[in-house]
Structure formats: C-alpha cells, structure tokens
Design a protein around this ligand. Structure first.
Ligand SMILES: C[S@@+](CC[C@H](N)C(=O)[O-])C[C@H]1O[C@@H](n2cnc3c(N)ncnc32)[C@H](O)[C@@H]1O
Ligand SMILES: [Zn+2]
Length: 326
C-alpha cells in the first residue's frame, strides 16, 4: 500500500477518514488504518489494506486466481485480449483513461488493470478474495495503482471518487447482482461513467447449470482435482463435436467447458497450450464459483434506470455503459 492511499480510502462502515499507523513511510507492508469517526481498525497485511475479515463465498476465486494469477494478462501473454474486451464492453480504449481516476470493482488479479495502468491518472482496484494478493504482486508497486481487499457492498471509497467505474464478470457472482451493481453508482462523480459486463442469460437451458448442481462451491483441493480430471475429457469431446459440419460450433457451446478454439475474437492470439490453460481456469470459474446469476439486457437497463445515455456498445456482449447525471 502506498502511504498516500490513506487520503483516498474511507471507513466502509461510517465513511469516516482513516489514519494510518505504520513504521514504514512510503510503501506500507504492515500496519493499521484507524477510523477517526467510529474507531474501527483495519489491518494492512502483505502490502494490502484489508476491509474484510474473510473471503466469504469468494474463496473459490481466491484459489483460482492464486493458481492462475498470470494467465490472463495481456502484457505477459503478448496479446490484446483484455484491451479488446474492454473496448467491446465499453467503447473505452486504454488511452482514453488518460488523466482519469478509475475504479475496477472485483479486479481479480488485475487483467484489466494491466491494460489501463500506464494511462490512467489513478487506478483503484478492490476484490473480496485473496486474488488481491496476486494483483498486488503484479501491479501494486506502481505509484498510480491502489489496491484493497474489500466487498463491493461495502466499498472503502468516498462518493464521487471516480471519473470511471467498471465491474467486469463480478456482480453475477454475488448473491444480489442488482444491489452489487447499484452500490457502485455512488462512487462515480457527476458526469462520470459506469460500465458493467455480466454473463448472458440464455433462453435455452444450459447444461452448464446442471453440472453446477454438483460442483458449485466444491471445496479445495477436491475442486481443482476435479477440474484437472474433467477438463481434458470435456475439451476432447468439445473438439470432436466442433468438427461436425455446419452445426459443430453451436453444438460445442452445449458442452460445459471453456473452449475458445473456434472464437473469432482476440483469443485466437493464444497458442493451443495457452488456450488449454484458459480452459482449466475459466472452467474452474464456471463450475466451482458459488453463485452465478446470468442476466438479460432488460436487467442491465433496470439497474441503470437513473443514469443517462445507457448504451450497449456491442450487441453480442451483455455489457452496458452509462453516465451519471451531472
Ligand atoms: C470472474 S472474476 C473476474 C475478475 C476480473 N474482473 C476479470 O475480469 O478478470 C470475479 C471476481 O469478483 C470477485 N468478487 C466476487 N464477489 C465480490 C464482492 N462482493 N466484492 C468484491 N469482489 C467480489 C471475486 O473474488 C473474483 O475475483
Ligand atoms: Zn468508521
């Protein structure tokens, strides 16, 4: 944690200002943050301020992102996958972050921070799980990046702190996606923007949700052992189904495995070994995560009811951007 982060974060309970107690003076590895209004004390451990005492239901993500921390980083893969995703979801380029304060809610190990950190004035990322330790390892030393372990429902940030807030692939994994999204609106300054991307709710029942009946919330190390047993088989079946003439690419989607071999987006840039690693990681995400509530466009519109200029930059993505009224 950078010592000057104490000027940005607030008490998630009462929004009072926080006073830092630490022996280090620039980069704080260990210390405490004390609320000057209610007296609550939050520890700083391994360089990260901790505003939650447990990972709660997000422990599956903690394990997933600890194991595959570096897998989804454009700068490490030499790809433009996360740049492309951000652009499809929002129309924003990393360069358009220049001079802006940006909040990444549910940042995981920081795949999106990776593409904006060299452009934004300030990036504030937080996550409920210990994925934040991976983010700290990869991004925390940059002076314009501040990270915290915190809950989207009780974020340790003041109202109007950000020019842009985004949350990608997060709120559908909470118990209450609409409230999770709406708890972020207060962080946007008037005239600023907020963006969300979620899983799409399909009209046809997905076999994935049948498998999840047995796998959701499975404990470790059983979960990872299961994924390592299951994914190679499901991936082979998906490959075979994919070769069926004409219908193959549609039928393949019915197999509950993250198989990107026929995707026409930036994921084509991955080697076959990388694609398989993504299959392991994303299938862990799909099957083991405790909550997964996919959404429809009408849901996102309802979540954004009091915002202006609600738009869907890419019709094939379940993503929306809107502006907070000035
Ligand atoms: C699928 S991952 C997406 C990570 C990142 N946004 C990305 O797209 O690479 C979902 C993340 O949401 C986090 N998360 C889930 N519930 C949360 C909550 N209530 N508050 C903050 N983060 C949460 C998880 O810990 C996990 O890292
Ligand atoms: Zn307080």
């Amino acid at each position: 944690m950078h010592a000057n982060a104490q000027e940005i974060v607030v008490c998630p309970g009462c929004r009072g200002s926080l006073r830092l107690h630490a022996s280090e003076s620039v980069i704080i590895e260990t210390g405490t943050l004390e609320c000057s209004s209610c007296g609550a004390v939050y520890p700083v451990r391994r360089g990260v301020p901790r505003f939650v005492s447990t990972e709660s239901y997000a422990d599956t993500f903690g394990r997933q992102w600890t194991r595959w921390a570096r897998t989804q980083h454009d700068s490490l893969n030499e790809t433009t996958i996360f740049r492309g995703r951000m652009q499809r979801y929002t129309g924003w380029t990393p360069e358009s972050m220049s001079g802006k304060v940006v909040v990444d809610a549910g940042c995981g190990p920081g795949g999106f921070i990776d593409v904006i950190e060299e452009h934004a004035k300030l990036v504030i990322g937080f996550d409920l799980s210990c994925a934040i330790d991976a983010a700290y390892e990869l991004h925390g030393r940059r002076p314009n990046v501040h990270l915290a372990q915190a809950d989207i429902f009780r974020s340790p940030l003041p109202d109007g702190v950000a020019d842009r807030v985004y949350t990608f692939g997060v709120v559908q994994h909470t118990e209450d996606p609409e409230s999770a999204f709406r708890s972020l609106i207060r962080l946007v300054r008037p005239g600023g923007e907020i963006a969300v991307w979620v899983y799409r709710r399909s009209r046809i029942p997905q076999p994935l949700y049948l498998v999840r009946r047995f796998t959701a919330g499975m404990s470790e190390p059983r979960a990872t052992r299961f994924i390592e047993w299951y994914v190679p088989k499901a991936y082979r079946v998906s490959g075979m189904v994919g070769r069926v003439p004409v219908l193959g690419r549609y039928l393949r989607r019915l197999i509950p495995v993250a198989d990107y071999r026929d995707r026409r987006d930036e994921r084509r840039q991955l080697s076959s070994e990388q694609m398989f690693e993504w299959a392991l990681m994303d299938t862990h995400d799909m099957l083991i995560t405790r909550y997964t509530y996919p959404q429809r466009w009408e849901d996102l519109q309802r979540w954004m009811r009091d915002l202006e200029g609600v738009r869907r930059p890419t019709p094939s993505e379940m993503a929306a951007v809107a502006t907070k009224p000035a």
